[in-house]
Ligand binder design. Sequence first.
Ligand code: 6A9
Length: 786
Amino acid sequence: GVYFLYQALQRDLVRAPLRIQKMVEPNATLASVDPARFWGSYRPGVYFGMKTRSPYSPVMGMMWMNQFQTSPDRPLSIRHWCSQSDGLARYGWLAHDGFNFGIHEAVDSHYSIMSDFVKRPTVGKHGGDWTARIKVSHEASRKPSDPAPPVLMSVLVYMALDPEGRVLGEKLSPLLTGKDRLKRIRGYSPHLGNFHLSIDSATDSVTYNHLVTYASSLDQLHDIVQRALQTRSLGGKASRGGEEGFYLALPGVKMPSGMPQTAANFLVSQITFTTPLEVEIRYESEDSGRAESLTGAAYEQELVRHVNEFNKKFNNKFSLSKKDYNDDYIKFAKATLSNMLGGIGYFYGQSLVTSVEAEGEKLPYWAAPLYTGVPSRSFFPRGFLWDEGFHNLLIGTWDRRLTLDIVGHWFDLVNVEGWIPREQILGAEARARVPEEFILQHSKNANPPTFFLPLKKIVDDVRANPMDKEGLEFLRKLFPRLKYWYSYYENTQSGKLNSTYRWRGRNATNIYELNPKTLTSGLDDYPRASHPTDDERHVDLRCWMALSSGVMADLAKIFNVSSHSYATTHATLMDNERLNELHWSERTRRYADFGLHTDAVRLERPEVRLAPGQRPPSNPPQKIRVVRGEPSPQLIDNSYGYVNLFPLLLRILDPDSPHLEQTIQDMRALLWTRFGLRSLEKKAPMYGKHNTEHDPAYWRGAIWINMNYLAVSALKHYSTEAGPYKDLAAAAYKELRQNLVRNIYDQYVTTGYVWEQYDDESGRGKGSHPFTGWSALVVSIMAEQY
Ligand code: 6A9
């Protein structure tokens, strides 16, 4: 009996929260405590939308569509969730301050859609009011020789209540003018009180329709609209590009059978027009002591005021004009920063987790909020652990309050084992974007502890400035949680030998992978030992632990508790001799992983033996890995790339180490391109290779900006430390910085986007886009803030 009880407890440990003081109290983000950030554009996965920082917040959003497709075989495409397949020429925030306002631009095939918002957070007790404006016009950049015909299109503005968290009394009701025009939505929710949303358009030549319905889940909104649209007569107005006189319209009230209209939770106002159009959306809390609505000229004035403040703050923080950047570069930097800030979302929900003790059973983590940046609004608009450490290097420079709050939210996700799940898939909208097999998070899997990068800055702030009470109190609260998190790495990711470390989560039995992926390291398919074993040791993780133990030792000193064990670990991990014993290859003169390895691996299609008369299968079997050599324990020093740079990247190398010189020289000889450092040298056996028949190379050549950020920042560091390689570092720094900035900028201008990776041959943006997670660190690189 006792044994089974014990087992049950073990099974549940993975989803047991750490029961010490929370970083973010349950009401801390609500309007009553923090009105300034209650409302915001916290839905980074949609082109434009607003919600609040409360669990199961009501959401406002926008969709748009062409009334008639250019070709009949293309299905009607309603723009809503950011998606690469929409093929927008560009979209993103041009300005966003993380608090008060934002200006967003989206350029579709024949028109551009500007959407902006301004908040007035302190009006009343419920988080105040905001106004948003949507302007649709012909794309300004079209060639005059190629005038676009006015397009018949629809903008759809909606509000929805999250059915997952529906509470008693929460409601939305329509106020119509005429038969079909939804001009106002009135609503009530416990956090918002009574409110209304008014939707006004200045243009006359428009047709109105609406939808009042029930959505069973927030990820259904697009499909519900698509299914509800019906062909209608335009009533004499001519349409273009499609059937004369007809268009697609929402049908009005359409509740699921048996459900009363009072149960409606999804209300849509459809405005059909030929460009241009201007719509004003006013959210107003009804308890307010507001003097007047934020509308028309008053709105414009407020927007301009915020833009001016944004510009001022930007100049203060980044001083780019002092660095000889012209206006176009500065505009680019402002937009890139704004996309990082406008990408910040507020999520609420439960991860699905498992552990060794739970034997793979899918268990729900506790329901929790997460305020976080996201790497990419189109492809993965959700939180990723090691991405977020990088994000906050930039976010923290802009406004440290945002970083304290983001880091606080993340650390409230620590469980009793000290683990934080790597990928945060919270809420219906987030979950709907992730295929089933990727949702489960395993507690044996870590991810680089990059939060120590922005935390180191806060520690430095606090040490430099005794008046920094805000920083000090934050660290005091965080420290107990950090101890658990840090210990998790020591306890679960250590290697067999003393002061070695090993990423868990490599799969030694998958027959399709050329090299078993190390997703936990963040570098996914970057080549490691061909045969994962417990004897492996990973040099990147060892360096991450050197950084982490150093920050922990500093914190212990600040708070006057014994720093002994952290300081000892740190000293050991910083000891270049020990590092050399474990990871330096005399043969190839480079730092490297150690493990059971052979380069003689290939993907081959298994032969299909056919019985006489048997027909070959229509789908040939997938290629599998074939090992032609005998693996042996060794340093993985036959290829060169990001992993070999880590002792430099994280500044573990002593400034006078000859290995520093060697590393800089190799970096220049093997990884250098005109666009930044490539992830893997060209003559590496795995360079450019697929990892399975269907997985193309990812970290096998392409240029990644997070690693390049670490490289420039480390080179800058070594260029200012006294030592024989100072000038070597300075020269590399200068050139690498220029290469990175120039190419990311050029690509932004020619493609409209900042990208996940850059091609090492052509410099071209690759992978998911827009990717204004760590690639946005180009702003820090421009400003030389590391
Ligand atoms: C899985 C597919 C529609 C991969 O930027 C986030 C991460 C990084 O942390 C990691 O270092 N990216 C990098 O190697 C993107 C991960 C995307 C996972 C998507 C589900 C959805 O298909």
